[in-house]
Design a protein around this ligand. Structure first.
Ligand code: CP
Length: 307
């Protein structure tokens, strides 16, 4: 039985297989419409979500399966003090696979240790968000045709943004990917990522607080919101929240074929005037999230894929 807790749980070969399957599902959805008939997905969300929970549910329904779950800790027995370990033992009796989002880093790992069904990490604290990374990789690969030889700008809250951490971990495995890490000083990437992933892997990266002057070099710009829910102090959040706002004027400095991604939700960091620019692909990215989650469910449940 396999779980997906970190993007590194997948070998490069498995990752490529998933992306290829995601693209096939995108092009031939009817082929996959019944492959999970009789199977159930549980969504265990201890933290708010729109895209991840609903795209998982949409994915399972599009595969012919069924869904059950809860969308907040308050509406589950966690509110009465039930542990993640006990919850997952029970859910293993009700469903064939589950996706868990939890504010505590490592909670899906604990769940996987006590589960008898595959557990998918749907975001744990400021740590990892592997299925967002799969979504991001499918988006980049489908739109540019590659995941190597590119300069990726990541902008915003690089300290608490789990999507950034997971995406860096995934992209360093491809040749000649350079990073431009754009954030206020206080919101730079965690030191473990800098030392153990970028420095240790001899990856080319720049840490900067300048968006405009670096825009012309980028093939991908990955914008992120400042994560209010991870701040200890509201004053710091208010001071930092609008550090970077991408608008049409700034986008003039970018390449004509650069793509702007954002895991969403957006707050102020991308002006709505950017939405109609053909380089803005964040809503398309949310759609790709359904295809890659369909591919992941198929792989983890080991259901037969039609020819
Ligand atoms: N990208 C993402 O994780 O969005 P949600 O928080 O809405 O699930």
């Amino acid at each position: 039985m396999r779980h997906l807790i970190s993007p590194l749980d997948l070998s490069l070969e498995e990752l490529e297989e998933l992306l290829t399957l995601g693209q096939d599902i995108m092009n031939h959805p009817e082929k996959y419409a019944h492959v999970c008939e009789g199977k159930k997905l549980a969504t265990l969300f201890y933290e708010p979500s729109t895209r991840t929970r609903l795209s998982f549910e949409s994915a399972m329904l599009s595969l012919g399966g069924q869904v059950l779950g809860f969308s907040s800790a308050d509406s589950s027995s966690a509110a009465k003090g039930e542990s993640v370990a006990d919850t997952i033992r029970v859910i293993s009796c009700y469903a064939d696979i589950c996706a868990m989002r939890h504010p505590k880093e490592g909670a899906p790992t604990v769940a996987a240790m006590h589960a008898s069904i595959p557990v998918i990490n749907a975001g744990d604290g400021g740590h990892n968000h592997p299925t967002q990374t799969l979504t991001d990789l499918l988006t980049i690969k489908t739109l540019t045709g590659r995941l190597d030889h590119m300069t990726v700008g990541m902008c915003g809250d690089l300290k608490f943004g789990r999507t950034v951490h997971s995406l860096i971990n995934a992209l360093v495995r491809y040749p000649d990917v350079k990073f431009v890490l754009i954030s206020p000083e206080e919101l730079r990437i965690p030191s473990y990522l800098r030392k153990e992933v970028l420095d240790a892997g001899n990856i080319s990266y720049l840490e900067t607080d300048r968006l405009e002057e670096n825009l012309p070099d980028l093939d991908i710009l990955y914008m992120t919101r400042v994560q209010r829910e991870r701040f200890f102090n509201e004053e710091d959040y208010i001071r930092l929240k609008d550090s970077f706002i991408l608008d049409a004027a700034k986008l003039q400095y970018a390449k004509k074929d650069m793509y702007v991604l954002h895991p969403l939700p957006r707050v102020n960091e991308i002006s709505t005037e950017v939405d109609n620019d053909p380089r803005a692909v964040y809503f398309k990215q949310a759609q790709f999230g359904v295809y890659i989650r369909m591919a992941l469910i198929i792989k983890l449940l080991e259901v037969e894929i039609p020819c």
